[in-house]
Design a protein. Structure first.
Length: 294
């Protein structure tokens, strides 16, 4: 009967030779792998730096079309965003400086030349406006743009760029860059220019003209057409026309405003009195004329 050999409870002694599954067989192989890794990083960094340089050279001549900065060409805007993908704020400042050297506005999508303010170190802005608009800036800062609006557009793009170098983020800036003034489609632009108020004014004028013609208002149960107008002559068969007379009953109603403490003088008595005074005056005048010859 075969005897069973007892198993040792001690751990097996580790072999001093490397196993077949060890990725680094020797120290020299490991050093080679590390060197290749860093060389790859350096090459990627050089490639991105070259890409930034080529993009800067291309953006110096932008825009390719003469569209205004407020409504740039869609193709120029798309390529502008793709060129800025590996840029940092310092790279963007270098682009602005290169465009200024060529006497162009610092905003890459603006076709206008930059300002030229002459001599002097500082400029005062906002004198004729509100007190909040008053500011003193350096002439060099003012001459980087063609106007204040392009400065806003350029700074809007700059704040979206990442501070991390492009080789650390692999040329990606995360979310896409947004322009302050995005390109507008032709349909959208026409819709914005559409003035709906003119249609309302035309409808109002049409109704006013219809009212002047005498057309009926179109409403519930209304019939379109002209107003029925009947012209008839005045009835003059009442007799001979009589001129107005100053009768007492007529005067009493018309002289109510002359009533004093409830009493109104009667017109007939006043008339007779005035007639008597006139007669006496005529007679007196005749007597005076007779005595002149004496």
């Amino acid at each position: 009967m075969a005897t069973i050999q007892p198993k040792s409870i001690l751990k097996n002694k580790l072999s001093s030779t490397p196993s077949a599954t060890d990725p680094y067989k020797t120290i020299s192989d490991r050093n080679r792998e590390v060197a290749l890794y860093h060389a790859t990083l350096l090459q990627a960094r050089k490639d991105l730096e070259l890409q930034i340089l080529l993009s800067t050279e291309s953006l110096i001549d932008y825009p390719l079309s003469q569209s205004p900065a407020s409504n740039p060409s869609p193709s120029d805007a798309l390529s502008f965003k793709s060129h800025l993908a590996p840029f940092t704020p310092s790279d963007y400042d270098a682009l602005i400086e290169e465009r200024n050297i060529n006497s162009l506005c610092g905003y890459a999508l603006c076709p206008n030349p930059r300002l030229r303010e002459g001599a002097g170190e500082y400029r005062i802005l906002g004198i004729g406006g509100k007190a909040s608009d008053f500011r003193v800036i350096k002439r060099e800062e003012l001459e980087r743009w063609c106007g204040v609006e392009c400065k806003k557009r350029a700074m809007w793009v700059r704040v979206q760029l990442s501070e991390r170098p492009a080789w650390e983020r692999k040329g990606d800036i995360g979310p896409g860059i947004e322009l302050l003034d995005e390109p507008k489609a032709d349909v959208v632009e026409r819709m914005e220019k559409l003035d709906l108020s003119t249609e309302g004014e035309g409808e109002k004028k049409r109704k006013d003209l219809a009212r002047e013609r005498g057309d009926r208002e179109m409403g519930m149960g209304a019939v379109k057409g002209l107003v029925d107008v009947k012209v008839t002559e005045k009835d003059t068969s009442g007799g001979k026309a009589v001129p107005p007379s100053l009768r007492q009953e007529d005067l009493s109603s018309s002289l109510e405003h002359l009533t004093l403490e409830g009493y109104t003088s009667r017109f007939e008595e006043q008339k007779a009195k005035m007639a008597g005074l006139v007669k006496e005056g005529v007679k007196k005048d005749e007597d005076d004329m007779d005595t002149d010859w004496l």
